[in-house]
Design a protein around this ligand. Sequence first.
Ligand SMILES: C[S@@+](CC[C@H](N)C(=O)[O-])C[C@H]1O[C@@H](n2cnc3c(N)ncnc32)[C@H](O)[C@@H]1O
Length: 273
Amino acid sequence: MSVFVCPVCREKLNSCGGSLRCPKGHSYDLAKAGYVNLLMAQSSKSKRHGDDKAMVAARKRFLEKGYYSPLLDGLVSLLSKFIKDGDTLADLGCGEGWYSRGIMKFADESGMDIALAGVDISKCSAAFAAKSLPSAEIAVASTSSLPLGNESCDICLCVFAPFSMEEVRRVLRPGGRFVRAFPLEDHLIGLKKLVYDSVYANKVRTAGCDGFAVEDRLEIRSVLRLDNKQDIADLFMMTPYYYKTSRAGQEKVAAVSELETPIEFGIEVMRKQ
Ligand SMILES: C[S@@+](CC[C@H](N)C(=O)[O-])C[C@H]1O[C@@H](n2cnc3c(N)ncnc32)[C@H](O)[C@@H]1O
């Protein structure tokens, strides 16, 4: 049985050779890379379907150098307080799966068997995630319409990705946790100063909402120093500034070979009542 449900009728999906099938006969083939495409046409009106291949590859190179390890360490330290053997964890906007890999490594080393469901709207991200997380189930889908059953997850994780609080509420079991990582005020302000003439601090939005209680919170602040063009280009490409910036702005980033910037992450754990 898959952790995913049919995006048409919300019935449970079963593995059937190289595809997933619901009792009503809707069938979804697994891609060669191992993910399943459960994106419904109406959930994907926009032309941009998440990160493209170059952006995903840039994020993978950058994260694998450990520059954002403090965030992974923070996530693991908070999760370790409540994650338990047999839990189902959904990574919403999982990207190429770097944080999920770190969390699964921790769970494995702690003797826990965790069912991981990764969801991302980008096929390139899903392909990378599926290849690097063979024990997980990965779907192309929107976080605004999750292919997950009601009250089917113990933990929803969301690292720098869009999410719908209604969907998080629907798929979490009572007592389940929503763990969200988000940028604090001065996160990447050094990069923004390079690109823009006037720079504003990030607006920090906590996701507090009815039916959830904030259980834990962590702020991580550090300074990132990059000393080569590849790492600077990779960092830029994994941010939303990349596709929002003019060619002139992109050229400014391409011209520098050193960058120093604060990196500031917030993590919030909210418990469903
Ligand atoms: C900034 S990246 C973060 C990726 C990953 N969580 C990480 O931190 O490495 C945002 C991710 O959200 C995905 N995304 C954007 N809109 C989405 C949506 N509506 N539903 C699901 N994924 C989405 C993008 O494809 C991208 O992989």
